[in-house]
Design a protein around this ligand. Structure first.
Ligand SMILES: C[S@@+](CC[C@H](N)C(=O)[O-])C[C@H]1O[C@@H](n2cnc3c(N)ncnc32)[C@H](O)[C@@H]1O
Length: 257
């Protein structure tokens, strides 16, 4: 989560930022840390910021249609999405992450009306009882699914669909090749994390989670947000897109329920 935060701070310093998250820059300035340990640089920061910008767009689309809604933002880390989107008074927003992260958030971020931080593992069913469940609900999980086991991840999605009457699931995933080749991912390697759940295609979700309907499934390379990156990134994407397993190494998933 420090790597993704730092990528957003570096992006905010650019003359033409992709995400433009000034709060990320302010928070990085307040944390005494050797940020070079994250292996994030200005050059590779778009791998994070194009993803965050993409999920901001999808979340805005949901909130435009459902101004009275609940948002559960799972594995929020130190991401400032609630502040970037600045939803209206009809939206109850819940940021969920481990207790250590929730504690940091409470120290670093300002408060907001209708905004809540839940200190819990997303795999613990108990946190759902704290959430208002009588409105359309958006679940966003950016950079989370790959850290869960398949069984925990599927149980989580089923629980969301069973708890809330209607809404959307928006999350990114790695395919199984992405999980197998995790040792090549410097950010993951340096963080000491182990990735587990690989999702190859939307059918993996539709078959495992009754009640969901696919709305969109995209390679990050095909996202509108990717078109803003430097030419060498786009050239790499064109080369990787020739092989489906590389094109969909990472994926954006969106389902209605
Ligand atoms: C790669 S970071 C992404 C953070 C944020 N979504 C972003 O894009 O900047 C992964 C986050 O998921 C959280 N996480 C991983 N497993 C979790 C779990 N079981 N319960 C709650 N949070 C979890 C981590 O603590 C971390 O903040």
């Amino acid at each position: 989560m420090l790597a993704t935060l730092y990528a957003k701070a570096l992006d905010a310093d650019l003359p033409k930022p992709i995400l433009g998250d000034r709060l990320a820059r302010e928070i990085v300035n307040r944390i005494d840390y050797d940020w070079s340990k994250t292996s994030i640089t200005k050059a590779n920061s778009p791998s994070v910021t194009t993803r965050s910008a993409h999920f901001d767009i999808w979340a805005r689309q949901f909130l435009a249609v459902h101004p009275e809604a609940t948002v559960v933002h799972l594995g929020c880390g130190l991401d400032a999405r609630a502040f970037r989107l600045d939803p209206g008074p009809g939206v109850q927003w819940y940021d969920v992450d481990y207790p250590e992260v929730a504690d940091l958030r409470r120290r670093l971020f300002p408060g907001r009306d209708d905004y809540h931080v839940i200190a819990a593992s997303v795999t613990d069913p108990a946190w759902l009882t704290d959430v208002r469940s009588d409105r359309p609900t958006l679940m966003i999980a950016e950079g989370l699914t790959m850290y869960l086991t398949e069984s925990d991840g599927v149980s989580l999605l089923r629980r969301i669909v069973d708890t809330f009457a209607s809404g959307e699931l928006q999350f990114d995933a790695f395919n199984r090749l992405g999980i197998k080749s995790q040792w090549m991912n410097a950010v993951v390697r340096r963080s000491g994390s182990t990735l587990s759940w690989g999702i190859n295609r939307p059918d993996d979700i539709v078959d495992a989670v009754p009640g969901v309907r696919l709305l969109a499934w995209e390679s990050p390379f095909d996202s509108a947000t990717f078109q803003e990156v430097a030419w060498y990134y786009r050239a790499m994407a064109r080369a990787m897109s020739v092989a489906p397993s590389l094109r969909y190494l990472a994926q954006y998933h969106r389902y209605a329920f």
